[in-house]
Design a binder for this molecule. Structure first.
Ligand code: ACM
Length: 669
């Protein structure tokens, strides 16, 4: 088998394989291509099961949609077709009834001009190979085709997840379903479903129906819907790990059952973000009786071997204010609230175990003496990752993968679970690092915008967790991510299609293309800056430019590349820089007449004015550069003031073309 490096060196020669994401462990180019035409047929040999037949039917539907070819009889379940079928799926056995991190996801995809064949030990590997096959389809000279190639592929990490927070903003079933499709397309295999928090408890409980009646504003998943999602995920080789966050982040739960709290009720569903006081009382047996029955019920609903109990961000205020809890701590020689939380976590762990599950929790649960099959999810920094692995616990990384913080894909891509302090671990300790999860916290997203915050950036994290660690070329990643983004759009993800309707609502009477010119070069503020910008609640509309704007401005990134090439002497690139600058310079004049008619547009007027000022500054800089004249000091000072101003966010937006225009100004010095 070829090494990853050899595979990478081959990529340049692998036309058609260039758009694969995540990149396979190894590939070898063949000669020619296999035609995908109306005769396309897919069949199964060896082991058969409904999941494989359903996967084959989905592949046929996707090929039909992608190519427009009528493929009426493309799926032939009878393996006697294996001689002549276009694509043969060949697997030996069923794998585990409930998928675990030990699932064998490896596969071999061999394509010759006569036939394609995917071989895998388990159906899960076939599912992964099918996604690779679909990414290889391209238009050729005589119609659609896939290139002749041999791919041997397997994941680098066993746990490759996406957290979706359905509590802060409820995410309807359709959102979950289409995001499972997206996850499967980039070979992610765990949906971590954050189902309860201060702002909402989102699952029907038959034992404790007040949870959904009082804790959800009527927005929750029925048990039938949960089972349907679990089935839908399993068909795509994805596990569903539920999270019910305790003992903190539990105001919605305590709204329903205030007697479980450490402080006096009644409680209400929380409408704001951050860390709140309502917390379970870890000293009372009724709380464990409740949790025993509750966990038992939910353990029956979610077949995954893991059960997430949260455990993060307990502020301890209710514990400190409760004399009985203070007395309990003294009686049990506990000095800190961390000691008390550890006691709680150990008790909960016993309950989770009793109901046949392994516990997982945020890194606050980390402590010596935690049973060695408890999984730690590292979110506050890589330190806990290393500590957990040293201590003997499996661990997954989310620090660095918080996609709600709207950082560029390149930043997440650079986060490797085994880099940094983890590089110092022994191989045995490193093997405890199971993988990672992208986290889509939902304070600032709703069903309309969530896809645009998950995709396509999560594809970069998916590649980090699947592909060999030597796959690190950011330029290649962005190019392939763009191709994946288009495919996800075809698949039904809404990360692209929400943009124009949102801009239309903002535009009022302004010309849409001018609104778009602005939107294309701004990004939402990063990190936790939105928390500080204004008072948000769960009722605040998410319909402003900051919500429409994409996490990452492709226009700005491409413009920065053009500027670099232009300054490097590429005349054609410089001409395009000039054209682009002229568009920006003239853009505010096109929007200005509409400011009075749309408060959503008026909010971004200062941003628009500065984009036009930047366009003008850039054009003037080009004139100085072309005339080989030094720009006058006064002019430079004015432009530097402009650059200084535009680096400050306004309307929670950042103007992303400031840096390349600053380069032009510097070149005019
Ligand atoms: C977390 O972000 N509080 C896990």
């Amino acid at each position: 088998m070829r090494t990853a490096i050899a595979a990478l060196m081959l990529i340049a020669g692998l036309a058609g394989a260039q758009d694969l994401m995540p990149l396979p462990a190894s590939m070898t180019a063949g000669h020619g291509a296999l035609a995908i035409d109306t005769g396309f047929q897919i069949t199964l040999t060896g082991y058969q099961e409904p999941r494989l037949r359903a996967a084959a039917a989905r592949v046929v539907a996707r090929i039909a949609r992608q190519t427009g070819l009528p493929l009426a009889r493309a799926f032939e379940p009878d393996s006697s077709a294996a001689e002549t079928a276009t694509l043969v799926l060949d697997t030996r056995g069923p794998g585990a009834e409930v998928q675990t991190p030990a699932a064998d996801e490896s596969y071999t995809l061999e394509i010759t001009p006569q036939q394609a064949r995917i071989r895998a030990a388990e159906p899960t590997g076939i599912l992964r190979g099918l996604e690779t096959f679909l990414q290889l389809i391209r238009p050729g000279e005589k119609g659609f085709e896939v290139p002749a190639i041999r791919i041997e592929d397997r994941p680098r990490f066993a746990w490759r997840g996406l957290l979706i927070d359905s509590s802060r903003h409820f995410m309807p079933i359709a959102v979950i379903r289409r995001n499972l499709d997206g996850m499967a397309a980039v070979k992610l295999n765990v949906l971590h479903w954050h189902l309860s928090d201060d702002q909402g408890f989102r699952v029907e409980s038959k034992l404790f129906p007040l949870l959904q009646r009082m804790g959800s504003d009527g927005r929750f998943y029925t048990q039938d819907q949960i089972r349907e999602i679990v089935r839908y995920a399993r068909e795509r080789g994805i596990r569903v790990v539920p999270e019910f966050d305790i003992p903190g982040h539990s105001a919605a739960m305590l709204t329903a059952y205030p007697d479980l709290a450490a402080g006096p009720g009644p409680f209400q569903i929380v409408r704001t973000w951050g860390v709140h006081d309502p917390t379970l009382d870890p000293t009372r047996e009724e709380v464990y009786d409740f949790l025993d029955r509750f966990i038992g019920e939910m353990a029956g609903l979610f077949p995954d071997p893991y059960f997430h109990i949260g455990g993060d961000e307990v502020n301890g205020k209710q514990w400190n204010a409760n004399p009985a809890i203070q007395e309990f701590k003294r009686a049990h020689n506990m000095t800190t609230n961390a000691d008390l939380q550890l006691y709680f976590t150990r008790r909960v762990e016993e309950l989770v175990r009793k109901h046949g599950k392994k516990m997982i929790g945020w890194d606050e649960i980390l402590s010596e003496g935690m049973p060695k099959d408890v999984v730690v999810q590292s979110w506050r920094g890589a330190k806990s990752l290393v500590e957990a692995a040293r201590q003997g616990n499996p661990v997954i990384l989310s620090s660095g993968y918080y996609i709600d913080l709207v950082q560029p894909a390149s930043q997440h891509y650079a986060v490797d679970p085994l880099n940094g302090p983890a590089a110092e671990l022994t191989p045995e300790e490193q093997a405890r690092i199971l993988g990672g999860e992208a986290c889509m916290w939902a304070e600032y997203v709703n069903a309309e915008t969530v896809d645009s915050r998950i995709w396509p950036r999560t594809a970069a994290i998916a590649e980090r967790l699947w592909s060999p660690r030597t796959v690190t070329d950011t330029g290649s990643m962005y190019r392939r991510m763009e191709a994946v983004s288009r495919e996800l759009d075809w698949l039904g993800l809404e990360h692209r299609r929400g943009y124009v309707p949102m801009l239309e609502r903002i535009a009022g009477s302004a010309p849409l293309d001018a609104v778009r010119t602005l939107a294309d070069v701004v990004e939402p503020v990063k990190g936790y800056a939105r928390n500080r910008a204004r008072k948000y609640t769960s009722l605040t509309p998410l319909n402003r430019m900051v919500d429409a704007a994409r996490p990452e401005s492709d226009t700005a990134r491409e413009f920065a590349n053009l500027v670099d090439r232009g300054l490097g002497g590429d005349k054609a690139a410089m001409e395009r820089v000039r054209e682009q600058l002229a568009v920006w310079r003239g853009n505010d004049a096109r929007l200005a007449p509409a400011y009075g008619g749309s408060f959503l547009l008026a909010e971004v007027a200062p941003v628009s004015q500065d984009i036009s000022a930047l366009g003008a500054a850039g054009l003037e800089a080009l004139d100085y550069i072309a005339a080989r004249k030094h720009a006058p000091r006064q002019w430079l000072e004015r432009q530097e003031a402009l650059i200084g101003r535009v680096k400050q966010p306004r309307a929670e937006l950042l103007i992303m073309i400031a840096a390349p225009i600053e380069k032009l100004l510097n070149a005019a010095k």
